[in-house]
Design a protein around this ligand. Structure first.
Ligand code: SF4
Ligand code: SF4
Ligand code: SF4
Length: 331
C-alpha cells in the first residue's frame, strides 16, 4: 500500500481546516457585529427576518460565497465563507429571495461540484476532517473500527435524503401565515442548522460559546434535544469512520452531482483480482468499486474521492482517478 495520497490529503485537510475556521481571524481585523447574539437558554423573542440570524456570533464572513461543504455560518468571527449551501438554500427559500439574486451562487455551486464532485467532502470539509482526525486518534490507541452493516448503511443514506428533503420542505412551509401565527416559523428557522454538529462544534473551536439549548417553546426544546443526539452521533465517529458523513444532508445534496462530475474514479476490470481491498479500506464501506464487473467509471454517489482505494489496490493500473480526463492517481 502506498499511503502517499493520504499523506497529501491530510495536509490539504489541515490547511483547509485552518483557513475555514480561523481565516476570519486573519483577514477581518475590524469585525462587524451584524446581529444581536442570543445567549444559551435565552428565549427567542423576535421572528426571523432577513437582517437577523439566530444563535450566531453575529459577525460577517470574509467571502460572501457558499462552497459545497460545511463552511458553517456559525463559525467564530463569521468564518471565511458565508455558510454551507444547505444553509443558503434554506434561508433563501424561507425569505423567498428572487432567483436573479440567487442565480450566480447556484451556478457557481453547480460548476464547482461538477468539477470536483464530492472531493469537497474528502479533501476540504472541516467536519469531514474532524471525523478523519477522530479515526486517527482511535488508530493511535490501537482501536479497531466498527463496520456498518449494509442494511444500516442504507438506512443512513435514506436518513440523509430524508433530512435534506425535510429541511428544504420546512424552510418553504414555515412562511405559511397559519404556521407563522403560532410562532412555528421562528422555532423551525434553519432547521437543519439546529441539528448539525457544526453549529455547536465550530464556534467552540474558535473560542465562542454556541447556543447549547433553547427553552422558548416545545419545538425549540425538541430541536435542542435532537441537536444533542446528533452531536453524540457525530462523536460516535471515534468508532466508525466517517459516521456523520453517512447522514449529512449537505453530502446527500452533493451526491446528486457526484456521478456526472469531472473528477472520476475508474477501474480497468480485466486487471482486477477481486481481492476486496478497495471495499475494506473505504471509510464509507462503498462496495461499488469492488463489485463493478463491466463499467469503467466506478464513482459512487456517496464516494468522497478520498482515493484510499486507489492507493491501496494491489493491482497495477487497475484503479485510477482522473480530473477532466487527466490521470491524477493510479494504483
Ligand atoms: S458529508 Fe457533510 S460533513 Fe461529511 S465531508 Fe461532506 S459536507 Fe462534510
Ligand atoms: S483492490 Fe483493486 S484488485 Fe482488489 S478488488 Fe478492488 S479494484 Fe479489484
Ligand atoms: S470508493 Fe474509494 S475514493 Fe470513494 S470513498 Fe471509498 S475509498 Fe474513498
Amino acid at each position: 500500500m502506498n499511503p502517499r495520497i493520504t499523506r497529501i490529503r491530510r495536509l490539504v485537510q489541515v490547511a483547509c481546516f485552518g483557513l475555514l475556521l480561523y481565516g476570519a481571524f486573519i483577514w477581518t481585523p475590524h469585525q462587524i457585529e451584524l446581529f444581536p447574539r442570543i445567549e444559551p437558554g435565552e428565549p427567542r423573542t423576535t421572528l426571523y427576518a432577513e437582517d437577523r440570524i439566530l444563535w450566531v456570533s453575529g459577525q460577517q464572513s470574509v467571502i460572501e460565497l457558499y462552497p459545497p461543504m460545511l463552511a458553517c455560518r456559525f463559525t467564530a468571527r463569521g468564518g471565511l465563507f458565508k455558510g454551507c449551501f444547505l444553509h443558503f438554500l434554506s434561508e433563501n427559500i424561507t425569505w423567498k429571495t428572487s432567483l436573479k439574486i440567487l442565480l450566480p451562487h447556484i451556478l457557481l455551486f453547480v460548476a464547482v461540484v461538477f468539477l470536483f464532485g464530492r472531493a469537497w467532502c474528502g479533501w476540504i470539509c472541516p467536519l469531514g476532517a474532524m471525523t478523519d482526525f477522530m479515526n486517527g486518534v482511535r488508530k493511535l490507541f490501537g482501536g479497531a473500527a466498527l463496520r456498518v452493516p449494509r442494511s444500516l448503511n442504507r438506512f443512513f443514506g435514506n436518513l440523509a435524503q430524508f433530512l435534506l428533503i425535510i429541511s428544504l420542505g420546512i424552510s418553504a412551509l414555515i412562511v405559511l401565515p397559519a404556521l407563522g401565527a403560532s410562532g412555528v416559523n421562528d422555532a423551525l428557522y434553519l432547521v437543519y442548522c439546529q441539528i448539525c454538529p457544526a453549529r455547536l462544534a465550530f464556534p467552540l473551536l474558535g473560542g465562542v460559546n454556541p447556543c447549547w439549548y433553547d427553552t422558548t417553546n416545545g419545538i425549540t426544546i425538541f430541536m435542542t434535544i435532537v441537536g444533542w443526539l446528533f452531536l453524540g452521533f457525530f462523536f460516535a465517529g471515534f468508532l466508525v469512520p466517517r459516521l456523520w458523513c453517512r447522514v449529512c444532508a449537505v453530502g446527500a445534496f452533493m451526491s446528486y452531482f457526484n456521478r456526472g462530475a469531472l473528477f472520476t474514479l475508474e477501474k480497468r476490470v480485466p486487471r482486477c483480482s477481486f481481492c476486496g481491498t478497495c471495499e475494506r479500506v473505504c471509510p464509507l464501506d462503498i462496495e461499488r468499486v469492488y463489485r463493478e464487473r463491466e463499467r469503467r467509471i466506478v464513482t459512487d454517489a456517496d464516494c468522497t474521492l478520498c482515493l484510499r482505494c486507489v492507493e491501496s489496490c494491489p493491482e497495477k493500473d487497475c484503479l485510477e482517478a482522473k480530473l477532466v480526463g487527466l490521470r491524477v492517481a493510479r494504483s
